[in-house]
Each structure stands twice: as C-alpha cells, then as structure tokens.
Design a protein around this ligand. Structure first.
Ligand SMILES: [Zn+2]
Length: 362
C-alpha cells in the first residue's frame, strides 16, 4: 500500500500540476469507487483546484467552494498523470479527473475494489477521515514515547496502526525497525526510553530518506512506479536475501494476512521468531536460533539422497520456501516488476491483524 513517502510525492506532484486549474470533468468508471452521493461529480465540474494535501494515507484535493475529493488508494490503487482526455483503462480504471493540462487517472490493480473516492462538502467533513495517527516528524520525544506506550502491542503492529502513527504501513515499518535494530515483535510495554528514542529517529530518517529518493526519481514528472517492494530496501520483501548491513539472510514471519521481514543478527540477537502457523504445525520442531537452523539445513542436505525422508524434515524443507508463498512472495521469487502491485495486507481489519496470542520469542 502506498505509505507516507509515496503519498507525499503524489501530493507534491499533484499540487504542482493541478492547483489553479479547473476540474473540467470527473469520469467515474467503476460503480464501486465513489462512496458518497452528495455533492455529485457534476456539482464539482469547473471548480478550480485550490489545494492538495495528505491526510494519513489519503490524498485530499480541495476545490473552490470548500469542497474536497478524498482519494484513498488502499493497497492496489494508483494515480497516473496522462494527456488530457485519456481514456480510463478498462479493467483497472476507476475514475478520471480532467484538467486543461492533463488527466489524472485513478486505477486499482485488484479485483477487491477497496480504493475509494469520497466527495465532501466543507472542511469539517474531512474530520471523519482523520484516523488520528501521530505525525512522527512533528512529535516530540515525549509524545512519541507516550503514543507508543499507550497500548500494549508488538512494535510492528503499533507502528502500522493508523490510529497510533501517521502514514506508516507494512513496508516502511520493516525498514524502520531494521534501521532501529529492533525486533518487530518486541512489546511496546517492554522497550526502554533509549530504544524508543532510537525508534523515533529511525522513523524520521527512514521516511525522509525514502521520500527524498522518490522525489529524486520522479523529478518534475509523476510517480508511476509506486510499489512496496524496492531493490534498495534493506529487509522488506527481501526474504532469504542478505541483510545489507551484516549479510545474514533476511527472515520473515507471516501472521494473519501480514508479514514482517527482519534480520536476525541486526534485530533479534540471532534468534528466529516463531511463525505461529508453522510453529503450531511443527510444534517444538521449529528452530529457535540461526545455528540450529543451519544445523537442520545441513542435516536435510545430508539426508537428501535418502528415498524416504524423515517425516518431520521433509515438510520443513518444503514448507518454508513454498507453502508460505503468497502471491506477493511468488512475484518476489520471480523478480519484482517495478510497477507490480504490492500485496501488503496492512489494511486488513484490526481484528484480523491482531496476533491471537503473544509471540513466543521477542
Ligand atoms: Zn543484518
């Protein structure tokens, strides 16, 4: 899902392109995308665009008459800037917004149709879209610590909860936690003041770094390669690849519809986190340390020529790389196209994301 760096650059480029221009027409191509009935698209026709802002992960386009278009890209929604009057693409097209200097096309490469457009009259109407997440850039150290400790969660969950922190999703939380050298499954109740300060710094520096990277990449164009998987990322989407800091293979843990990627050496003192679904299956068989994992791998390789593999060893060997493979993982395995729609489940309902029990290893 587009997160703060992506949304920030969308906002900056849109601002440069449309502010001062009249919204000549709005073409709604998908019956699912428009979630409001009043004002109607026709009522906004001809209104001059006055502002473009970010509200959490939403993009707010303000037009004359104190009216707003609220665009939420969710996971697979994307924006493209095309020549004026460009046709809305058939399968993925949701809507088009025509300006004299070009057309903004809103697409969603997913059959789930979760991306949305709300048309709102009056600034007060925007309040319902504000999830209340803390802005890590303007927050003081005390505010950041207070917010992090306000609920007892894993740090990964806390960072990606839009009611706690603003604009951070699955991808950048992985990168932030790697930069802070913290385990994604440490509990917010157990982390020290010094660790919280490090985490806050990592939030600011990681989000700034990526926003600037995207600005540099986009220049005076438009972000058309928004993806949650980027080659320069340290751990996100890098399962099995070497950590750029220490060379240890990046591990991942899949939970509910989500996954966390981490470096065991940099973040968990060499320990492997228990993947609940697998660990439930494998019970006590799941390796708890890097050394133990290597030992098991060596054992499996040694056992490979045997016709009948040991009943527990074979499923482990097969299950780890294959059975956990989500569509996203399959794409990664085959090399990620720059514009492959990211499948990051940070938008799953809280109930679905909530760990059902405490992680056993932190
Ligand atoms: Zn590392």
């Amino acid at each position: 899902m587009p997160e703060l760096p992506d949304v920030t650059v969308y906002v900056e480029r849109l601002r440069a392109l449309v502010v001062g221009q009249p919204l000549e027409a709005m073409r709604i191509a998908s019956p699912f995308v428009l979630r409001t009935v009043s004002p109607s698209p026709g009522e906004l026709r001809g209104a001059t665009a006055l502002s473009v802002e970010r509200l959490g992960k939403r993009i707010i386009l303000g037009v004359a008459g104190d009216r707003y278009l609220v665009i939420h890209l969710m996971i697979a929604g994307r924006l493209r800037w095309k020549p004026r009057g460009e046709k809305v693409p058939g399968k993925v097209g949701l809507a088009a917004f025509d300006f004299p200097n070009g057309t903004l096309i809103f697409t969603e490469a997913s059959p789930k149709k979760r991306a949305s457009l709300h048309l709102v009259a009056g600034r007060a109407g925007l309040a319902e879209f504000d999830r209340g997440g803390l802005d890590v850039f303007t927050a003081t150290a005390a505010q950041f610590a207070e917010r992090l400790r306000s609920e007892r969660h894993t740090i990964k969950r806390a960072l990606t909860d839009p009611t706690l922190f603003d604009g951070i999703g699955n991808a950048y939380s992985d990168e932030i936690l790697h930069a802070a050298k913290l385990s994604p499954f440490r509990m917010t109740s157990s982390i020290s003041d010094a660790e919280i300060a490090t985490l806050h710094d990592a939030c600011v520096s990681t989000l700034n770094l990526w926003t600037q990277r995207m600005r540099d990449e986009v220049g005076d164009g438009f972000p058309d390669k928004v993806t949650a998987f980027r080659p320069e990322m340290a751990v996100h989407g890098k399962y099995g690849q070497p950590c750029p800091v220490c060379g240890t293979k990046v591990q991942r843990i899949v939970y509910a519809d989500n996954e966390a990627n981490y470096c065991p050496t940099c973040q968990t003192e060499g320990r492997l986190l228990a993947d609940r679904s697998l660990s439930r299956l494998l019970k006590d068989d799941w390796p708890r340390s890097l050394d133990e994992l290597d030992e098991r791998r060596a054992q499996r390789i040694a056992a490979a020529p045997a016709v009948a593999a040991p009943p527990t060893a074979a499923p482990i060997a097969a299950a780890r790389p294959v059975s956990r493979a989500s569509p996203a993982a399959s794409r990664r395995a085959g090399g990620v196209a720059a514009d492959a729609p990211p499948v990051v489940a940070a938008a799953a309902p809280d109930s679905a994301r909530k760990p059902r029990k405490k992680p056993r290893v932190t």
